[in-house]
Write a protein that binds this ligand. Structure first.
Ligand code: AMP
Length: 305
């Protein structure tokens, strides 16, 4: 089954303590779509300007991502620039140029509106809702968000939450959104606002998954070297959605989501090993399977004495 991914497509400039690279392929939808494409068909909705390199479009097409919903607008592509501090966890946004993204309205081609799995990657919550307005009831809807929307579009975000099955956000966003410092309480509060499932990401410390009466704590895959954390969250969400779409036949269960969370974490761990989507260009199915297996073994608790 296919996953519809909507979000930003960007040219990013990223500075880390060791390197700086300009005009890289980025954006929430780029990371999420490529990550999901390792599991099955993906339909992309987004916008690029006339400066967007053809190579990037080719790369997305090579990943067998359906680009019918990719809009080509006159003007410059959305640009974002960020700088990471020494811990590689703290990030400062240096600049944002909305460009063609400013007037972006996600319009679904008719071939997209029956897609069973939907990943509303990070864009304004009103646009995320607009996508849902164009669809017959999808089987499972996942939304991602960011601090910006919690600050400037809280009402829209709250309205969206009543329409989605799962919200993914990071720890600081969960605290900011709920005013609750304890993440367990924060996760439960967000669930009470609508989504049946909530995933709170904790960067290098993993992720918490909340269901009705179920809870799962997943570590992050331990890495010695991180080159660029940009898009880790989007890659995580894309891997999670792609795994669900490729394996779940009936309703999405908590058990299926546990596995999906681990696959999302595996994909994110690859992504941070290089700038932009460079690492996702080189990995293959067997790399994902091998890392999943080593992650599974290192996470086992049973001890035989
Ligand atoms: P993450 O590291 O998961 O926060 O995602 C980083 C990506 O989000 C970058 O590739 C940016 O281009 C993109 N991004 C940054 N700000 C925004 C925004 N306001 N709306 C949509 N995407 C954004």
């Amino acid at each position: 089954m296919s996953v519809l991914v909507v979000g930003s497509i960007a040219l990013d400039t990223v500075k880390t303590p060791v390197a700086e690279h300009a005009d890289l392929l980025g954006g929430s939808a780029s990371y999420a779509a490529v990550s999901a494409s390792f599991f099955g068909p993906v339909q992309l909705v987004g916008v690029v300007g006339d400066d967007f390199p053809k190579d990037h479009v080719q790369f997305l097409a090579q990943r067998k991502i359906d680009l019918t919903g990719l809009q080509h607008a006159t003007g410059k592509t959305f640009r974002w620039s960020g700088e990471y501090m020494l811990d590689m966890n703290t990030r400062e946004t240096r600049s944002v140029e909305l460009n063609v993204f400013e007037h972006f309205t996600p319009t679904l081609p008719s071939s997209y509106n029956t897609s069973p799995f939907v990943l509303l990657a990070n864009i304004a919550p009103s646009l995320q809702s607009h996508v849902l307005d164009q669809m017959s009831r999808p089987k499972f809807i996942i939304a991602d968000t960011m601090d910006l929307w919690i600050n400037i579009a809280r009402a829209d975000l709250e309205a969206l939450l009543k329409r989605v099955d799962m919200l993914i956000l990071n720890d600081s966003e969960a605290r900011q959104f709920t005013g609750e410092n304890n993440l367990i309480k924060a996760g439960k509060r967000i669930r009470a606002m609508g989504p049946r499932f909530v995933a709170i990401k904790k960067g290098e410390h993993g992720c918490l998954l909340f269901g009705e009466n179920e809870f799962f704590s997943c570590a992050a895959y331990p890495l010695e070297e991180i080159h660029d954390p940009t898009g880790a969250g989007d890659t995580f969400a894309g891997g999670l959605a792609g795994y669900l779409a490729s394996t779940v036949q009936g309703p999405v269960t908590f058990e299926a989501l546990r596995h999906a969370i681990v696959y999302g974490s595996v994909l994110a761990s690859f992504n941070v090993e290089a700038f932009s989507l460079e690492r996702l260009r080189t990995i293959q199915q067997h790399d994902i399977a091998a890392r999943y297996e080593s992650f599974r073994l290192m996470s086992q608790f049973e001890v035989t004495l």
